[in-house]
Ligand binder design. Structure first.
Ligand code: SAH
Length: 283
């Protein structure tokens, strides 16, 4: 595979976990220690970059923000990966949560294949698993739910009405990513299709971070309790009978302050020189 004129670099698509820096895998931490370049998402704990990244490595923020501006276009990320790999660098492409859940891994894999660049994939703890654990909510439990669905409703045409009908009927636990801003829509769709009274809803803000807050209610009470409430990004929405178990099994108190744990891209990017070769020093 290697091009005779080039020293062959490599891309490691690695997961950082949902927030708590100790939820990164040992494998991903080892990769960060040997990396020449780290291309990191916004939803990666700054502690992870401080603790695990090889001090000689360049850290480049290439985060995306759903709905908001200040995103790095996927094309730029692709170009950076190819460019650095062709220079023979060991590049860790670090993604929040797990690498394959609601991430652009497909685009990145396609580009790597097209350019004959070797890669590895290192999995991680996705937000659903991390946030549920730190909220004391078992995602499946005997008598409660026998399956979990990972979903998103960040725009309204992504879930057709027929599927809402099915989601309202199922006893599966429903986990919605990128949907805190549309949570009132989720509730009203489920209610419209007759979701059972015993289904509860949790919105978990900044799960597994020191600023985690869990907000719960019965699904029919949600609008009264939280109408107009603005949840801090990132938040995860969990719907199901299992959510009621939070009351009994929560082991972590809500943070006493409501502050943002992950910095917005604008403030991270202001550190970057836009010539794409910028070195971003770690605080
Ligand atoms: N690849 C990531 C998901 C990326 S999509 C993973 O496997 O977790 C981004 C969405 O993930 C956010 O909008 C939010 O819904 C969820 N998310 C990520 N980190 C989170 C956290 N610490 N707490 C709550 N939700 C989180």
């Amino acid at each position: 595979m290697s091009n005779a004129n080039n020293i062959q670099g490599k891309i490691i698509l690695a997961a950082a976990g949902p927030g708590d820096p100790e939820l990164i895998t040992m494998k991903a931490a080892c990769c960060l220690q040997t990396a020449d370049i780290v291309l990191t998402d916004r939803l990666v704990s700054p502690e992870i970059l401080n603790r695990y990244v090889n001090p000689a490595a360049e850290v480049i923020y290439v985060g995306k923000q759903c709905r908001r501006g200040n995103s790095t276009p996927q094309e730029t990320i692709n170009e950076l990966m190819v460019q650095f790999a062709q220079q023979g660098k060991l590049v860790v492409r670090l993604k929040g949560g797990d690498v394959s859940i609601f991430s652009n891994i497909l685009d990145e894999l396609q580009v790597l294949i097209q350019n004959n660049i070797p890669y590895e994939i290192v999995p991680g703890v996705t937000a659903a698993l991390g946030a549920a654990a730190y909220a004391g909510i078992p995602l499946t439990a005997r008598g409660y739910a026998t399956a979990v669905r990972l979903l998103t409703y960040y725009k309204s045409d992504i879930v057709p009405d027929q599927y809402w009908e099915e989601l309202a009927r199922t006893s599966d636990t429903l986990v919605f990513y990128m949907s805190a801003e549309t949570v009132e829509g989720i509730v009203s769709k489920l209610i419209r299709y007759g979701v059972a009274q015993d289904r509860h809803i949790a919105v978990i803000e900044q799960g597994t971070t020191p600023l985690q807050q869990v907000h719960t209610s019965g699904i029919y009470e949600f609008t009264n309790k939280f109408e107009g409430y603005s949840f801090i990004s990132p938040s995860l929405v969990i719907v199901g009978k299992v959510v009621a178990l939070h009351e009994q099994f929560a082991w972590l108190a809500n943070a006493s302050v409501r502050e943002q744990y992950f910095k917005p891209m604008a403030s991270l990017q202001s550190n970057i020189n836009h010539n794409k070769k910028a070195h971003v020093s770690r605080a």
